[in-house]
Write a protein that binds this ligand. Structure first.
Ligand SMILES: *Cc1c(COP(=O)(O)O)cnc(C)c1O
Length: 579
């Protein structure tokens, strides 16, 4: 097998969520959300097979684009999207080991192509509050990196770089022989550009695209603007037909209808204010933006909000995992109606109550699995099998946090001393199975109706807090096609043993992770420990009587006594108590 070159092997792969976006409200990739000018569609529809059978020609389009940008055709190089422009700037001017200065967080492709080409990346962090770090960049220029990248306005922050900062950086870059690439993918919303500076500044390359405001992301066409020398090198290094003819026809038609783009951009700038205000009124921090998107700090609810919006067919971009962007997502600004749809859905999502479920006896009938494992384990060590009723008595005592603890207790009461390790090993043998013998886990019956679960997940945040080992919890969820509906699963291992139920720790942790107040949450459980944990966490407790329980009436009274506001005989009656 041939292996990839070192740089590729070492690269982290860039995998944006790109599939299955059709038909959804796409506020995740900063595209034009209303579509390109109808003139573009008209022009494309006139294309015939004769046109498609010929290789592309660019001269006319260069002239037209040059006129639009108020430069000469010799100042332009077309690319297959600005991504290719970034790639070619790096490949044309930098060698392996050269350094590239990248104020971060920023557009991912700079790091991507730097890694691919074995560059030394100097990341310059944005300031606190995500302001542009002009002073640090100026310092970094003294070390003479080969290339400085400025994304203006920046993505995903929306930050703009002031003209005076740009002047200072260009001056210092010139003194130090540093090439500067300014990425202006969002220039139509920013209404400023550094293109006019290419005359005075011989080491400046400005990059723009038809992907964003022009609404042509699918066609992949962008360009670099610079002086003739730089452009001729770029043209020399680029493949001769990287931009296809359909893109040329479309971009040309788009330039014939500049009014359309300007009107759209102005509308977005208005809506950006509306969105920002709406988000701030809901209590979220929104960063200043000069582009068609907003970076929003959604706090602890960030991941939940992204997931719930997506279930409601609204896509935003979760940025939580990037340095400096904890709890942040990038939200595209669309038409007024799209902004309203986003804000009203968001409002609905953040007011949804949180439903937390215990697993065993609530979501799954374990009378033929865990309960049988207890019986068989006790039988193995004590030669005597406890009845389901006896096991239930132990359950109702409370304080036994797992079925392992419970099994140990019964064995002790039978006068045997067996190490916990041995008990667990035997128990798991019965429960999980061994070799070709299937385990009792296969007997579990999922209780919550699939359609009901699906509709609950649309209207509530859903979590699981169980004493069961995590692996076994996830196994059962996956087996029953339920995993995708739960926003959080807390299980044994997530909670220190001394803080098990009835300690409120697990429920409180659940609230904290999902950003909820106790007053907007319910806990569904089947044991007195569950009810007491809920009471201690100040969460409303709902008792569930699982199937196959002896004396359900007695358990029901007990659960109520320990804090259940309601007790249900069937988890599928849940909507009755939620109102
Ligand atoms: C979207 C984007 C690009 C990529 O544009 P394409 O022309 O579609 O390749 C480049 N830079 C920034 C900052 C962007 O946000």
């Amino acid at each position: 097998m041939v292996s990839a070159k070192k740089e590729v092997i070492q690269m982290s792969s860039y995998s944006p969520p790109l599939e299955g976006r059709a038909g959804k409200l796409r506020l995740d990739f900063n595209e034009n959300t209303a579509g390109c000018s109808p003139k573009v569609i008209e022009a494309i529809s006139k294309i015939d097979c004769n046109f498609l059978s010929a290789y592309p020609e660019y001269t006319q389009f260069y002239t037209k684009l040059a006129k639009y940008l108020k430069v000469l055709p010799e100042n332009l190089c077309l690319f297959n999207g600005t991504d290719e422009a970034i790639k070619l700037v790096i490949e044309t001017f930098l060698q392996k080991g050269d350094s590239i200065a990248i104020p971060s967080p920023t557009y991912a492709m700079y790091k991507f192509y730097s890694q691919l080409n074995g560059l030394k990346i100097i990341q310059i962090p944005y300031k606190q509050g995500l302001a542009f770090p002009a002073e640090t960049v100026l310092c970094a220029l003294s070390n003479k990196p080969k290339l400085l990248v400025l994304v203006n306005p920046n993505s995903p922050t929306g930050t703009e770089i002031s003209d005076s900062d740009i002047q200072k950086m260009l001056k210092k870059a010139k003194e130090n022989g540093v090439l500067v690439a300014i990425d202006e993918a969002y220039s139509q919303y920013f209404k400023k550009s550094s293109i006019s500076k290419i005359k005075e500044c011989e080491n400046l390359i400005v990059i723009q695209t038809f992907s964003k405001a022009f609404g042509l992301a699918a066609l992949r066409i962008g360009y670099a603007v610079s002086n003739e020398d730089i452009i001729s090198s770029l043209r020399k290094a680029n493949s001769p037909y990287s931009v296809n003819s359909v893109a040329i026809i479309a971009a040309s038609a788009a330039l014939n209808d500049l009014e359309y783009v300007e009107k759209y951009a102005n509308e977005i700038i208005e809506n950006r204010k509306y969105m920002k205000l709406g988000l701030e009124q809901l209590g979220f921090t929104v960063y200043p933006s000069s582009a068609n998107f907003l970076l929003v700090n959604f706090g602890a609810k960030n991941n939940l909000i992204c997931k719930k919006l997506s279930q409601n067919n609204i896509l935003i971009r979760n940025r939580n995992s990037e340095p400096m962007l904890e709890n942040c997502s990038r939200v595209g600004v669309g038409t007024k109606a799209q902004c309203e749809q986003f804000l009203s859905t968001l409002k609905k999502i953040i007011s949804q109550p949180l439903l937390i479920f215990d697993m065993d006896g609530v979501l799954v009938d374990v009378s033929n699995s865990y309960r049988k494992a207890i019986q068989q384990t006790v039988l193995f060590f004590c030669k005597k099998e406890p009845t389901p009723d006896e096991i239930q008595q132990y359950k109702q005592r409370g304080g036994l946090n797992s079925d392992w603890d419970l099994t140990e207790e019964i064995i002790k009461d039978n006068g045997k001393t067996i190490s916990k390790e041995k008990i667990i090993k035997k128990f798991q043998q019965y429960y999980i199975g061994e070799g070709s013998t299937p385990g009792l886990i296969e007997n579990e019956k999922w209780l919550l109706n699939a359609e009901l679960l699906q509709s609950l997940s649309k209207n509530y945040a859903l979590a699981i807090f169980t004493g069961r080992p995590k692996k076994e919890a996830l196994y059962t969820l996956q087996k029953n096609n339920a995993a995708e509906y739960f926003d959080l699963v807390l299980a044994m291992g997530d909670i220190p043993k001394e803080k098990s139920k009835p300690n409120p720790y697990g429920l409180t942790l659940c609230l904290k992770i999902l950003g909820y107040n106790a007053s907007n949450a319910y806990y569904f459980g089947d044991s007195i420990d569950d009810m007491q944990a809920a009471k201690n966490a100040k969460v409303e407790a709902i008792g569930i009587i699982s199937p196959n329980i002896c004396e359900p009436g007695k358990l029901s009274s007990l659960l109520k006594e320990k804090g259940a506001s309601v007790v249900l005989n069937d988890i599928n009656d849940i909507l009755g108590v939620l109102g």
